[in-house]
Design a protein. Structure first.
Length: 345
């Protein structure tokens, strides 16, 4: 079953005795668990018949004992196991899976890790439980997902704005929905989210965000890029480097694609770049004119090195120092490459 089908089934009262939710995307797992936690029982029933346990603090035996207990003044009880990836001894659950308690909805939230599908436990799961793998969306799927999410809220969003969400927020669906929900609060019924609205309310300052930083690099605007990086260093203190590097790597990777397929039409190139509108194609074409393919490849390597340094591998510099290193590495890539070649000889 898909994520949407699971939610529809739960809300129609068709509950499964066991839900095993696993995968690398926590958002879908959290949403299914939230609906089961908030919509199956009414408030008076929850006091005695709903329990949340954590994998690192409990054992399979205790979960089974709790699941087999009868509900009080209710037909159902809901037992949610968060951080289930921390549980040990999954084989002990097989006997319960063979005959699950009909009055209990048992939910396992198994994030980030995948269970071994070759085990007896997993085979028992497939027979008795609703097993759902929560997969992260590809970057080129997020804009369409944002559009659908906004429609489900009763609003609309233009394609350029949907593309900007990923540039400003990243691919973390929980963060994306949090920002979109804040915007929706201030919109009139049936209102439309525009590119400028995203820039004003999601970008910290319209001129100082990772999207504008990418464009500054693409345009080879040294002073603007330096100002934005300095703003990041002053405003964020620490923690800004890794998402900044991820955005720049994504940008220059697309610039490399644009450089390789420069003669393609805007619609074709937009599809190749994984963006839903031709609006931003011009930005990648501009950057492709300003950097040679060899330069782009060297920049991508520099960004990967910066990512490792930002994670503490091979460097003790702080985010501010490393960000300035990136600034120089990108703008003076050709000069640095030439200097290295001269040093060899």
């Amino acid at each position: 079953m898909t994520f949407e089908e699971i939610l529809k089934s739960i809300r129609s009262g068709k509950h499964q005795p066991v839900y095993f939710l696993f995968g690398e995307e926590p958002y879908f797992i959290d949403q299914v668990a939230h609906v089961l936690e908030s919509e199956v029982l009414n408030e008076s029933e929850k006091a005695f018949n709903q329990l949340v346990l954590y994998g690192k603090d409990t054992q399979i035996g205790s979960i089974i004992d709790e699941a087999r207990q009868f509900p009080m003044m209710s037909d159902k009880k809901v037992l949610i196991i968060k951080e289930a990836q921390e549980l040990k001894g999954w084989d002990d659950l097989i006997s319960y899976l063979e005959k699950p308690a009909p009055h209990t909805i048992l939910v396992f939230c198994h994030k980030y890790k995948k269970p071994d599908k070759r085990t007896k436990f997993y085979k028992a799961l497939e027979k008795s439980a609703l097993v759902f793998e929560s997969k992260p969306l590809y970057e080129n799927q997020i804009a369409a997902w944002v559009t659908q999410y906004i429609r489900s809220k009763g609003f609309t969003i233009d394609s350029a704005a949907a593309d900007l969400v990923t540039d400003y927020v990243g691919s973390d669906l929980s963060k994306i929905t949090n920002e979109l929900d804040k915007i929706c609060i201030g919109l009139p019924s049936g209102g439309k989210i525009t590119r400028d609205l995203i820039a004003d309310q999601v970008g910290v300052i319209k001129e100082f965000n990772v999207f504008e930083l990418s464009n500054a690099f693409g345009e080879k605007n040294f002073s603007k890029a330096a100002l934005i990086i300095d703003y990041f260093a002053q405003a964020n203190k620490s923690g800004f480097l890794i998402p900044m590097v991820a955005q720049l790597h994504s940008f220059f990777y697309k610039v490399l694609i644009a450089s390789t397929h420069f003669k393609e039409s805007d619609p074709v190139l937009a599809k190749m770049l994984g963006i839903s509108t031709v609006y931003f194609v011009k930005d990648y074409r501009t950057a492709a004119k300003n950097y040679s393919r060899d330069s782009i490849k060297n920049i991508l390597r520099s960004l990967m090195e910066a990512d490792m340094k930002g994670k503490g591998i091979g460097s003790s510099d702080d985010d501010a120092a490393l960000s300035k290193e990136i600034l120089l590495a990108i703008f003076f890539e050709q000069e640095l490459t030439m200097a290295k070649k001269m040093a060899i000889y």
